[in-house]
Structures are given as structure tokens and as C-alpha cells.
Write a protein that binds this ligand. Structure first.
Ligand code: SF4
Length: 395
């Protein structure tokens, strides 16, 4: 499935202008996302050059624990194997003790990030979740999340990074007081994926305009923000370009996008889209390279476990980050795709000529933005960040 991107030079000259001056235009991006096999090496070389101008020689990752606070969710995304209804096998809301147990175990293994992933507002449709929250003493899932972020921040050296779905201005502000960064995948700007039978059918929180509003509000508040696109869920290559441009536009206005993730859809047995084709490695490489050329100075991440076994090829397309990897917890979103062992990841990263460094959930250049808020957060950041802004324990 993987294409050989370095093995052979193109046999014929590419018929288009090969002088890339990033950031490229929509027109160029729409051309290059369809790059022919002959053009592909040129596209990848330009993306690598842009990455190397932005961040030469270092590829980062975040050592994390994955905390699936609740897998109940009011949305029914067609590709999701994480969500459950109450009473379904595997349905689970973690207790504060469980949260702390996982965080403390991760701390012993050198983790610096507590990634909170959870379903979006399950209490709005499930009385069972309202009852669970009542027993725990909280009015909503977001109130509970806020308390758990604070608990982890107070009791461990881990930094929370919440991904709770759509957030209001008030909730962005409240969560920013207990976490140095947060995230929401834009996924796509294509509204037609909301129609019956499409990936976002019956997923009210996946309306692109609503997600853009959340990302914009984080920008207005100066919160370091992670977002990205999900490819292969029914969108066209041009849709990918438009979603990347929407992210670029927000970043140009607010400067708060610390990282853009390019995530590829992987099929699973138990999802609504189980017979949907996966995007090819070539599509992934073209999308990453175009993203790099659209946003030459933005951190670009692709998860290695979703591109096994030859994930190191993603470096050829211009990423500079592997995202969060855990030595302790599985990828609860893609449990069938274990993260690579850190030694193996380092070996392959080194073989491509890079040093692998452990970053915090907030990137070094965004650290100062997270320092303004609550004193507990600032104190924790000061204790875990080294001089260059990477994890203090990093080599
Ligand atoms: S992808 Fe997120 S919002 Fe969609 S169903 Fe899964 S948990 Fe819910």
C-alpha cells in the first residue's frame, strides 16, 4: 500500500511550475493535492524543505496517558468505535479515583500529558449520565471534566489537555484555567457529511460552523489550540484543502493554532462505516505535504499508529510531530492500532536524520500563552518545562 517516495526519480518532467513559495494559494493546493505519481516526489521535497526551514532536525512527541473520562456521547459519527450508549458493553464513565490512578501511573513512567478524551455532552440525551453526574456531584460532563483536570494538575506533575467537543466561550475560559492547551478536531468543512447516511449523520456537534466557532473563540481568548482534519470520511481532496484553509484563516487572525493534525480514517468492524474504503498512503502523503505548504510555520502532526507499519514515511511529507504516545494506556479511539514502542519510534526518527524530543501538551512556542492564567497551572508549567520549553525530562 505504501508508495516508494524516494526510490526512483520521476521518469518525465512534471508539467507544472515546480517553484513552491509557501504559503501556497488554494488554487495551487487544489492542484497539488491531486499530484500525479511523477509530481509526488517534487511535492514531498518542497514540503520537507518548508518543514526544515520551520523546525530543522527535531521531531517531537508528547508522552501521555489517555484518560477516556466517559465514552457516552450524544453523537453517532459513522467512523467512531469509541462511543457507547448507556448499558452497552464497554460503556464507562471513570471515577475520580480511576482518573488519579491512571495519572499517577503515567507520572511514574515519565508522562507529562493527561489527554482527556470524551463523548460530547452525553447528559443531554441520556438520563443515565445525568444520574451518574448527580452521584459524582456535578451538573454536567464539562463541570466534571474541569474538576478532573484540576485534580490531575493539583495531585500530579501531568498537564491536562482536554478534548471535550464543542465548547462555549465560558467553558474555554474555565478549562484554560486548568489546562495549558486544549483541542477540537475540525475534521471537515463539508456540510454534506451531515446528511442521512453520511459520516456525520446524527452528529449534531459535527456541524462545521459550530466547530469553527469554538476554535475561533479559543483564538479570541489566546488559548493554545490543537485541531486538524480527518481524511477519508467522504470528503473530496478539495474539501481537505478548504478545511485546512479555514484553520489557516483562524490562525492568521488569532495566532493560536499550536498544532494541526492530519488523521486518516481507519476502518473497524464495529463502526457504521465498516465497509468504507480507507484513504491510501498516497492520499495521506499528498494531504500532509499540501498542509505543510499551506501552513509552513505551523506544527504538523500525524499519528504513527494509524500509518503502521511504515509510519516513518510521513516524515517525508513534512510533519514535525508524532502527537501523543503512551507507554501505559491504549489509543482508546483506535484500540486495534497500538502505539509504536518509544524506542522504535526514536530509532526510525533518527534513521531519517532527526532527533526525537519529548514536548509538553503545549508546544514550546506557545508556553508563554498558558502562563498567564491560574497560579497552579503556571507553577506546574514552571516545574515541568525545561529551558527550551520541552519536557524537562526530555533528552
Ligand atoms: S467521534 Fe467523538 S463526537 Fe463522534 S461519536 Fe465518537 S466520541 Fe462522539
Amino acid at each position: 500500500m505504501a508508495e516508494q517516495v524516494h526510490s526512483a526519480p520521476p521518469q518525465v518532467a512534471a508539467p507544472v511550475d515546480l517553484h513552491f513559495t509557501p504559503p501556497i494559494s488554494r488554487e495551487d493546493a487544489c492542484h497539488w493535492i491531486h499530484a500525479s505519481d511523477n509530481e509526488l516526489p517534487h511535492l514531498l521535497a518542497a514540503a520537507r524543505e518548508a518543514r526544515d526551514c520551520f523546525k530543522p532536525s527535531v521531531i517531537t512527541y508528547s508522552r501521555k496517558v489517555f484518560i477516556p473520562l466517559t465514552n457516552l456521547c450524544r453523537d453517532y459519527c459513522g467512523y467512531c468505535a469509541f462511543r457507547r450508549n448507556p448499558g452497552q458493553p464497554g460503556a464507562r464513565t471513570m471515577t475520580p479515583y480511576e482518573v488519579l490512578d491512571v495519572a499517577r501511573a503515567g507520572e511514574k513512567l515519565g508522562c507529562t500529558e493527561a489527554l482527556f478524551s470524551l463523548g460530547d455532552k452525553p447528559e443531554l440525551i441520556f438520563p443515565e449520565m445525568r444520574e451518574t453526574l448527580r452521584r459524582l456531584g456535578f451538573r454536567s460532563t464539562l463541570h466534571y471534566l474541569e474538576a478532573m483536570c484540576e485534580l490531575v494538575l493539583r495531585e500530579t506533575s501531568l498537564l491536562p489537555h482536554p478534548n471535550p467537543g464543542l465548547m462555549s466561550a465560558e467553558w474555554i475560559s474555565r478549562l484554560a484555567a486548568v489546562s495549558p492547551s486544549m483541542g477540537l478536531m475540525l475534521e471537515t468543512t463539508n456540510d454534506s457529511l451531515l446528511v442521512p447516511g453520511a459520516a456525520h449523520d446524527n452528529a449534531p456537534d459535527k456541524v462545521p460552523a459550530k466547530r469553527l466557532r469554538t476554535i475561533e473563540e479559543a483564538g479570541k481568548q489566546g488559548v493554545p489550540f490543537t485541531t486538524g482534519i480527518l481524511i477519508g470520511i467522504g470528503e473530496s481532496p478539495e474539501d481537505r484543502v478548504d478545511a485546512l484553509l479555514a484553520i489557516r484563516d483562524l490562525h492568521e487572525r488569532y495566532g493560536h493554532i499550536q498544532e494541526v493534525i492530519i488523521q486518516n480514517f481507519r476502518s473497524k468492524r464495529d463502526i457504521l462505516m465498516h465497509s468504507w474504503p480507507e484513504p491510501s498512503r498516497g492520499e495521506m502523503l499528498r494531504t500532509i505535504a499540501v498542509a505543510r505548504l499551506l501552513m509552513p510555520n505551523v506544527n504538523l502532526q500525524a499519528p504513527p499508529n494509524l500509518s503502521d507499519p511504515d509510519y516513518e514515511e510521513l516524515l517525508d511529507a513534512g510533519i514535525n510531530d508524532w502527537g501523543g504516545l503512551s507507554p501505559l494506556t491504549p489509543d482508546f479511539i483506535n484500540p486495534e492500532r497500538p502505539w509504536p514502542h518509544l524506542h522504535e519510534l526514536e530509532k526510525r526518527t533518527n534513521a531519517k536524520g532527526f532527533q526525537l524530543r519529548q514536548r509538553l501538551p503545549v508546544y514550546p512556542e506557545f508556553l508563554h500563552r498558558a502562563m498567564h492564567s491560574a497560579s497552579l497551572l503556571e507553577a506546574r508549567l514552571n516545574s515541568v518545562a525545561g529551558l527550551e520549553g520541552y519536557a524537562r525530562s526530555a533528552a
